[in-house]
Design a protein around this ligand. Sequence first.
Ligand SMILES: C[S@@+](CC[C@H](N)C(=O)[O-])C[C@H]1O[C@@H](n2cnc3c(N)ncnc32)[C@H](O)[C@@H]1O
Length: 286
Amino acid sequence: MSKEPRPDVAAVREPDDATALWSPTVLTTDDGSPALWSPRYGQAFRSQRGAHAEANHVFAAGSGAAARLAAGLTTRVLEVGLGAANNLACTAAAALAAGTPLHYRAWEPEPLPAAALRLAGLGAIAPAPFVAALLAARDAWGALAPGDVRRWRFATVELELIVAPIDRLLDAAFAADAARRLRAARAADGAATTAADAPFDAIYLDPFSPEVNPDPWRPEVLAALAARLAPGGALVSYSVRGSVRRALADAGLDVRKVAGPPGGKREVLHAGRPGGPRDETAGAAG
Ligand SMILES: C[S@@+](CC[C@H](N)C(=O)[O-])C[C@H]1O[C@@H](n2cnc3c(N)ncnc32)[C@H](O)[C@@H]1O
């Protein structure tokens, strides 16, 4: 894939204040890929040691999702924090290369506008037609309200977005209602519903760090996520914080620190659910 030309950052509105989720001041990370900066959280949206390398090493490859897709296995991913869609683009690239179905569900309280996604250099990770279609879909969605759900398809890739913090997974009525609305949206365009409602093969835990964004890292949230992981699946994250590892181990996962990306964090998190590969006929995960 060719590298995208760098966008004209001067063409993008400056954020109003330090509470803005994102800033058009794009950082160049160590692998040459761009990362957005969050004034509110005081952190980049991706590792400054290599934005695209992190998306691949920690998430798409690290979870086993890319290998599953390459092997032709329909794969379900749950992401906590869609952000600039690096992880989505990286996983979608594996699905599109193999022609394998990918169901990608993301919980994101503040979906970035297309103007921000355009700065993330996604064309260096995923095919240009995929990136163009994703940006067009985000433009078409316009302003999103809390609790909205959106569904979008490109070839074998299906994105389901829930506009809410992952903490709302603990609210059974909210989570069931969101799942029901997504099922209705799938049925409305004739898509199969069963595979999309099975447990997840991979969970990408990718909010900002626990120090500045503690809610999605709470033990009860982590337990709810672990409960949605299929046997043989893995929850992965860049954070190896002790409290996160303990919560996931308490939830029955096999928690390990594994080597981080070259030049990046020394260790990252891999929390696997023991068991064989997912049975495609398994029941609903909510
Ligand atoms: C580090 S960025 C994610 C980067 C993204 N995964 C990517 O591939 O580009 C963190 C994201 O988590 C989101 N976030 C913050 N709190 C959250 C929560 N409670 N639940 C889900 N997402 C959250 C932020 O809005 C932000 O978009």
